[in-house]
Design a protein around this ligand. Structure first.
Ligand SMILES: *Cc1c(COP(=O)(O)O)cnc(C)c1O
Length: 346
């Protein structure tokens, strides 16, 4: 049976979190705030922001289909990734298991926290090998990292395989769904009730077009979210970010228009790239980017840079020999890319 208590580091279990002035004062409306050593001038920037971002969570909950008490907000998904290590993984003792290739921050945060990172390759076609992942775990494995759609391969992981891992592994399974807005698959955040051991990550950086404000989300059981709240910096999301996120949430039409445009562009760009003589394979994608295997990734990458076009060279990444990763841009940007690649001569 899954037991959250057994997974949490003892020092985190024992921790008395920082109590801020606004935590202690709760409830009755007040007009005079002389409790936090703030400057009374320069409204609204003079006041500390809400440590639990309640207004934003109330607006986000119906959009995401997740209860407010199941939401953590942080300084990008990166904060949530780091907190997972700090809450569950004893430095120098515990380990985590992850698919490979995948998003680089999982292993960087493992290194920062001195936690062993066990990378288990996907199959050659980038599908998930649940058996291989489960056999890489042992009694000190606290977390399994999954990313779906996966970065940099672009494909969503097969749900049945992900569910098998969630059910058979007695630790935490993180499902990073940063790109789940770009497909019609059922996102795992809607299944928190069925799976007490999952943490689902979402971000404002991709479809929501707000990478600059640094706002990431984690969805999990209220018990796991309480642990995040205990360990995070007290005021981890600033007022500028909060205001901008609330503004984005009041204009969902934009989001839907962007999604439709990007998906349409994706459906044009993919086959056009696949037809180029330099292209050996384009991999199926469920995200706003795709991976292509080309004749000479390093040379084509440099050629594109010389033409003012930056793509991601993934050719040194496991299973991604000679692969470039292309983000879907505006129609003009995608045409510029296509034109440049058509003019490429070796
Ligand atoms: C882009 C991306 C994120 C977003 O990270 P932020 O810190 O929220 O900007 C998270 N996970 C994956 C897999 C990504 O590719």
């Amino acid at each position: 049976m899954f037991s959250l208590d057994k997974l949490v580091r003892p020092n985190i279990q024992r921790l008395t979190p920082y109590s801020c002035a606004r935590d202690e004062f709760k409830g009755r409306a007040a007009k005079v705030f002389l409790d936090a050593n703030e400057n009374p001038y320069n409204t609204p920037f003079n006041r500390y922001p809400d440590p639990l971002q309640e207004e934003l969570k109330a607006k986000l909950a119906p959009v995401k289909g997740v209860a407010p008490q199941c939401i953590f907000l942080g300084n990008g998904s990166d904060e949530a990734i780091d907190l997972v290590y700090r809450i569950f993984c004893e430095p120098g003792r515990d380990n985590v298991v992850a698919i490979a290739p995948t998003y680089g921050m999982y292993s960087v945060c493992a290194d920062i926290n001195d936690v062993e990172y066990r990378a288990v390759p996907l199959r050659q076609d980038f599908t998930l090998d649940a058996d291989a992942l489960l056999s890489a775990t042992d009694s000190r494995t606290k977390v399994i990292w999954l990313c779906s759609p996966n970065n940099p391969t672009g494909n969503a992981l097969e749900r049945a395989a992900v569910e098998r891992i969630i059910k058979e592994f007695q630790g935490i399974v993180v499902v990073d769904e940063a790109y789940s807005d770009f497909n019609d698959l059922r996102p795992f955040r809607l299944d928190l009730d069925r799976f007490p051991n999952i943490i689902v990550l979402n971000t404002f950086s991709k479809l929501w077009a707000s990478a600059a404000i640094r706002l990431g989300m984690a969805f999990a059981s209220p018990e796991i979210i309480a642990l995040f709240n205990k360990v995070k910096y007290p005021y981890n999301v600033n007022i500028l970010t909060l205001k901008q996120a609330v503004a984005m949430l009041s204009d969902l039409q934009h989001i839907n228009l962007w999604r439709a445009t990007l998906l349409k562009e994706r459906s044009h760009l993919l086959p056009a790239i696949a037809e180029l003589p330099i292209c050996k394979a384009v991999y199926p994608t469920d995200a706003n980017f795709f991976l292509a295997r080309v004749t000479d990734a390093n040379d084509i990458y440099r050629y594109l840079v010389d033409n003012g076009i930056i793509v991601r060279n993934r050719s040194r990444v496991e299973l991604c020999d000679n692969c470039l990763r292309f983000t879907i841009g505006t129609p003009e940007e995608n045409n510029a890319l296509l034109g440049a690649l058509r003019r490429y001569r070796r």
